[in-house]
Design a protein around this ligand. Structure first.
Ligand code: ADP
Ligand code: 5GP
Length: 201
């Protein structure tokens, strides 16, 4: 079976990564969401094993020391990581693609380890709009929003390590663009070569 498409979606907080990830999972039922491990506490409505695997720090560190993470990073003072089991789970469940909602440090590590992984960076149309969206979401206190905005500049500076940049200005257009990226990546020669070879036989 063809290796699953490894799709990393990154953005500064508030640029629309969750919204676009949700869209892709609804649009393509053979895509799977990679459930990360984290040491942060669940937010209201978040379920263990669905949004994240919520674990104690000691458990996370033990998994890390056993080499069970494909990547891991410290984000906003908490530990986050993608277990290699998630990639195996996708293969086992016959999924043709996995979406990783990870930060820029994690995306770099995955790309170094699995160069065929595809990185999409979601950009806000402006820093003012990014702040408006963070405030509009209503989930973060003022101090948290200020910290996220300061971090956004450093994250945006990482854009050269990504394959695609999508400006999330008009939401419908951004949804169409990320869908088009999935379809284009699936049409890559190495993914479809077997079909051509079969015709030649
Ligand atoms: P992230 O996952 O990157 O932190 P979200 O997907 O949670 O960001 O989006 C942040 C907020 O901005 C949410 O309230 C979302 O509904 C809103 N949003 C996302 N995309 C757009 C867009 N193109 N135009 C206006 N609002 C948007
Ligand atoms: P949140 O705590 O708001 O869900 O996520 C905070 C940040 O951590 C987001 O940028 C998110 O993409 C990132 N993140 C979530 N899971 C992982 C992971 O497994 N690895 C890495 N490196 N970052 C992650």
């Amino acid at each position: 079976m063809e290796e699953p498409l490894l799709l990393m979606l990154c953005s500064p907080s508030g640029a629309g990564k969750s919204t676009l990830t949700h869209h892709l999972l609804g649009a393509f039922d053979d895509l799977m969401f990679s459930v990360s491990h984290t040491t942060r506490s669940p937010r209201e409505g978040e379920r263990d094993g669905v949004h994240y695997h919520f674990v104690e720090r000691a458990r996370f560190e033990a998994m890390r020391d056993e080499g069970r993470f494909a990547e891991h990073a410290v984000v906003h003072q908490n530990l986050y990581g993608t277990s290699t089991d998630e990639i195996e789970r996708a293969k086992r469940d016959g999924k043709t693609g996995i979406i990783f909602d990870i930060d820029v440090q994690g995306a770099r590590q995955i790309k170094a380890r699995l160069p065929q992984a595809v990185g999409i960076f979601i950009l806000p149309p402006s820093m003012e709009e990014l702040e408006r969206r963070l405030r509009g979401r209503g989930t973060d206190a003022d101090a948290v929003i200020a910290r996220r905005l300061a971090k956004a500049r450093d994250e945006i500076a990482c854009y050269p390590s990504f394959d695609y940049l999508v400006v999330n200005d008009d939401l419908d257009r951004a949804k169409a663009t990320v869908s088009a990226i999935v379809m284009a990546e699936r049409a890559r020669r190495r993914r479809v070569a077997e079909a051509a070879e079969a015709l030649l036989r």
